[in-house]
Design a protein around this ligand. Structure first.
Ligand SMILES: Nc1ncnc2c1ncn2[C@@H]1O[C@H](COP(=O)(O)OP(=O)(O)OP(=O)(O)O)[C@@H](O)[C@H]1O
Ligand SMILES: [Mg+2]
Length: 847
């Protein structure tokens, strides 16, 4: 498109001109347009113009669709122009090039037949000049520049042309011609405006609106583009990833789908709690959206697995047949009469209530006395499955209750783990070694156990990992411990304590012949084979190869014998059958099987020794032990040294014992300053726990013996706490201690008189064979323990003497002595060999 100047052409004011109606274009002055003309009347009008001076009036139709317009269908205002070129096309139509010259207005239609001829009035435009016009022109030009930048359809050289125009009228008309987005009606309006200034304003307005639209359009375009890029990128990456996965192993997706389907089916078929169902549903929804190999997916899958793996409804059928239960307990265990009764009572209550609301049983006793195996029997007797969980070394609450799922690698606690393993919700659940739990900064496991064991609370046990309620009320919990001492009080409150104690030799013999030997024979493939251990052989094992309250080592040693026999049988090629020649294992051949004896059975010394006394103590594991105390006196400066594996309080006990001996110097016929010239060494050779206080009288006896050089009776053992003034205070664990003394073949045991009530628990067999002296004062101990004691009169001779002989209590009054010769001890005889010390007071002030 180009523009032609019309300057210098004088215009006729009023004249007749042929009219060319325009359908969809408005020709402005200074504008050159190409038109295609098809209508006959229009071609005729063009012909008329060509025949004259080529001048033609260009006016738009009001409606482009009108084919044969009348005068009323044509706008009055149009443009006078000249035909610059006319080409007739082969199809009869005409192509013309016209140039607009000036605005004009139709006055009237002079002719309408072949074509329109109109009489027109030229419009005279006022000249626009001044600052305001200049300013407006500039801003219109600036707007146009902006418009061109945004609208890529306008050619940049147009901009140059527009910027070089300095006439307002011309500027406005040139611009309209180059604004393709201005509507036809707006164009007509602009054409009809006579004042250039008005036109410029209108144009400015139109352009602003247009610019705004274009800007928004641009924004949208760029946003759409970005979005497109992003989705494209994602699509591309996804495709790539799938390709990689396919290379790596392929089929993951399919597998994942199968897995989800499996979970859904499981969820349908398995009966779980409503809460759990909702949880699994929710997690499953999450899982579907995840990538199958992502870490989150694994976490979610694990969680679902745990929930679905738990026994929610699965039960074993419980039996409440007490007769059967009793026979099962008897089948598995020898003796333990009271304990079995207690267990049967417990089961009877459950049979009546069909509920486990009662307190939890806690079996307490030394190692190897059958706590764990009793719990197993209970499971067998009630038709429940058995699950054991050792609490030894558990320090963290999370071990019981699990970690919250937010932790990396979180897992449910041991309770839930065990239940999943056992697969039923009503097993006998043994919490073993509940006394070996400890507490540290990570929280108190005992607190978590409280909830587990409390029948009021355990219907809704909440594991941190699962984070939903699980009903533990059908689980039959049983706990075991070696000693009550280290079980937290609140936990003890929730439990019913059943005490088991160590076995006597007689009981061990029975357990071995009736249970351990037959069982080990079967386990070692000798079930059908005629192997026997004689009674003496078993006794030898008990005495020389074990030292324990229970029967675990005994069983181990018997197993060892059986293994060796099995080997002999195999090596010698003898058939394992009932007809094979019998093998009898006798006491003398035991060392061939078990090696050199590990212990001297009779742990009494060979002869009575000076400064060596048998004490009694309870070990960490709850069993009793004989505990020797040695004292040696050497010249020195009055130092007291104490050695051995010691516990706190030992030092104090030794000092107290020493003080007592010093206070008794005269009675014992010692120099008043005897202790200043000597150093004393107290030693405990055995590697066992020395419970300090209860060794008090033992130390005092050894000290007295060491200073007086009078030996201590070796067939005697003692236990008791000592005060500074010689009073003997009660001790714990009497039953275990007496059993230990009995095992060691001790005939006399000195015991604090206040412990008399505890004798009721001691097996009759032990009481029958042991003489038990109940003492109140250290003087009584010395009179009993020293082989050649100081005279009765000088050492507590005014007190009553209490003794259990053959299980009967015998009390002897000082006045009646020596009345019952049957009970006269060696001391009474020995006493005569020592000179009397009549000056010594009979009371030491603590009576
Ligand atoms: N009265 C008994 N009759 C038959 N066998 C017994 C008897 N007491 C214990 N046993 C057997 O002794 C072995 C050890 O018993 P168990 O393991 O139950 O001891 P425990 O009391 O649990 O010891 P720990 O405190 O060390 O756990 C088992 O094989 C058990 O069957
Ligand atoms: Mg056990």
């Amino acid at each position: 498109m180009f523009f032609k100047s019309d300057e210098g052409k004088p215009a006729a004011k009023k004249r007749n001109v042929p009219l060319l109606p325009l359908r969809d274009i408005i020709v402005f002055p200074h504008m050159v347009s190409q038109l295609f003309v098809g209508r006959e009347r229009s071609i005729s009008a063009l012909d008329a113009a060509m025949a004259r001076d080529k001048e033609i009036f260009l006016a738009a139709q009001k409606n482009a669709k009108t084919n044969d317009p009348g005068p009323e269908d044509i706008f009055q205002v149009g443009t006078l122009g000249t035909v610059m070129q006319l080409v007739r096309l082969p199809d009869g139509t005409v192509k013309v090039l016209v140039e607009g010259k000036r605005r004009a207005k139709i006055k009237r239609f002079a002719q309408t037949d072949e074509h329109f001829v109109v009489e027109v009035d030229e419009v005279s435009e006022p000249v626009a000049k001044g600052v305001e016009v200049e300013a407006l022109m500039r801003s219109v030009q600036a707007a146009f520049e902006m418009y061109v930048k945004l609208n890529k359809k306008v050619q940049p050289e147009v901009l140059m042309t527009v910027q070089s125009i300095d006439d307002a009228a011309r500027l406005s008309d040139t611009m309209v011609a180059n604004l393709p987005t201005v509507k036809l009606s707006d164009r007509q309006e602009l054409l009809e405006m006579e004042e250039p200034l008005k036109r410029l304003e209108k144009l400015h307005e139109l352009m602003q609106a247009e610019i705004e639209i274009l800007q928004v359009e641009k924004k949208i375009r760029s946003r759409v583009k970005k979005q497109m890029e992003k989705t494209q990128k994602e699509y591309y990456l996804n495709e790539q990833m799938q390709a990689i996965q396919k290379e790596l192993g392929g089929g993951d997706r399919d597998e994942f789908k199968n897995e989800i389907q499996e979970i859904e089916e499981q969820l349908k078929s398995k009966q779980i709690s409503k809460e759990a169902f909702a949880k699994v549903k929710k997690e499953l929804k999450k899982l579907k959206l995840m990538h199958p190999t992502s870490a989150e997916a694994t976490v979610v899958r694990n969680y679902i697995d745990w929930i679905l793996g738990l026994p929610w409804q699965e039960k074993s059928e419980e039996t409440y047949d007490l007769a059967k239960a009793e026979s099962v307990l008897d089948e598995d265990h020898y003796g333990l009469k009271k304990i079995k009764e207690r267990i049967l009572e417990y089961l009877a209550v459950q049979a009546l209530t069909r509920k486990l609301k009662g307190p939890v049983l806690c079996l307490v006793g030394p190692p190897g006395v059958g706590k764990t195996s009793l719990a197993k029997s209970i499971a067998r007797a009630t038709g429940r499955k058995f699950q054991r969980l050792s609490l030894g070394g558990v320090r963290d609450e999370a071990e019981i209750r699990g970690h919250r799922r937010t932790y990396i690698g979180a897992m449910p606690g041991k309770i839930v783990q065990s239940l999943k393993k056992v697969g039923t919700n009503n097993p006998v659940f043994l919490l073993d070694e509940i006394d070996k739990m400890s507490t540290d900064f990570r929280g108190d496991p005992a607190a978590a156990l409280l909830e587990v064991l409390d029948p009021e609370q355990n219907e809704s046990f909440n594991d941190h990992y699962l984070d939903l309620d699980y009903d533990l009320s059908d689980v039959m919990f049983i706990t075991t411990a070696n000693s009550l001492g280290s079980i937290p009080g609140p936990l003890q409150d929730r439990m019913e304590i059943v005490q088991l104690s160590g076995y006597t030799e007689y009981e061990k013999m029975n357990i071995a012949t009736k249970y351990l030997v037959p069982r080990q024979k079967v386990l070692n493939g000798l079930g059908e084979f005629p192997v026997t251990l004689t009674e003496n052989a078993i006794r030898t094992i008990i005495h020389h190869y074990t030292r324990e309250a229970g029967v675990r080592s005994l069983e181990r040693e018997i197993a060892s014998v059986c293994r060796k026999v099995a080997r002999q049988v195999v090596v010698s090629g003898k058939p394992v059958s009932p007809d094979a020649p019998a093998i009898e294992i006798i006491a003398r051949s035991i060392p061939e099987y078990l090696g050199v004896p590990k212990f001297q059975s009779n742990r009494k010394e060979e002869r009575d020794e000076v400064g060596l006394t048998n004490g009694l103590s309870v070990t960490n594991s709850g069993g009793g032990e004989l505990l020797a105390c040695e004292v040696t006196v050497v010249p020195g400066k009055g130092k007291l040294v104490i050695t051995g594996l010691l516990e706190k309080g030992m030092e104090e006990s030794a000092q107290a014992a020493m003080s007592y001996v010093r206070s008794r110097a005269t009675v014992l016929r010692l120099d008043p300053d005897f202790y200043q010239k000597t150093d004393v060494h107290v030693h405990f050779p055995e590697f066992i726990r020395k419970d300090g206080p209860s060794a008090g009288i033992t130390m005092a006896t050894s000290l007295a013996s060491a200073f007086t050089k009078i030996p201590v009776r070796r067939d005697l053992a003692m236990t008791g706490e000592l005060t500074l003034r010689g009073r003997v205070l009660p001790i714990g664990g009497l039953k275990e201690k007496l059993l230990a003394a009995h095992r060691a073949g001790i005939s006399t045991v000195i015991v604090p008189r206040e412990n008399r009530k505890d004798l009721r628990e001691v097996p009759r067999r032990v009481l029958k064979t042991t003489r038990i002296v109940l003492v109140e004062h250290m003087d009584d101990v010395l009179r009993e323990a020293l082989v050649a004691s100081a005279a009765d009169d000088s050492l507590g001779s005014t007190r009553e003497r209490w003794e259990y002989i053959g299980g009967e209590l015998v009390v002897r009054h000082p006045a009646l002595r020596p009345s019952s010769p049957a009970h006269v001890s060696t001391n009474d005889v020995a006493a005569t060999t020592l000179p009397l010390q009549p000056s010594v007071p009979t009371s030491t002030g603590n009576a």
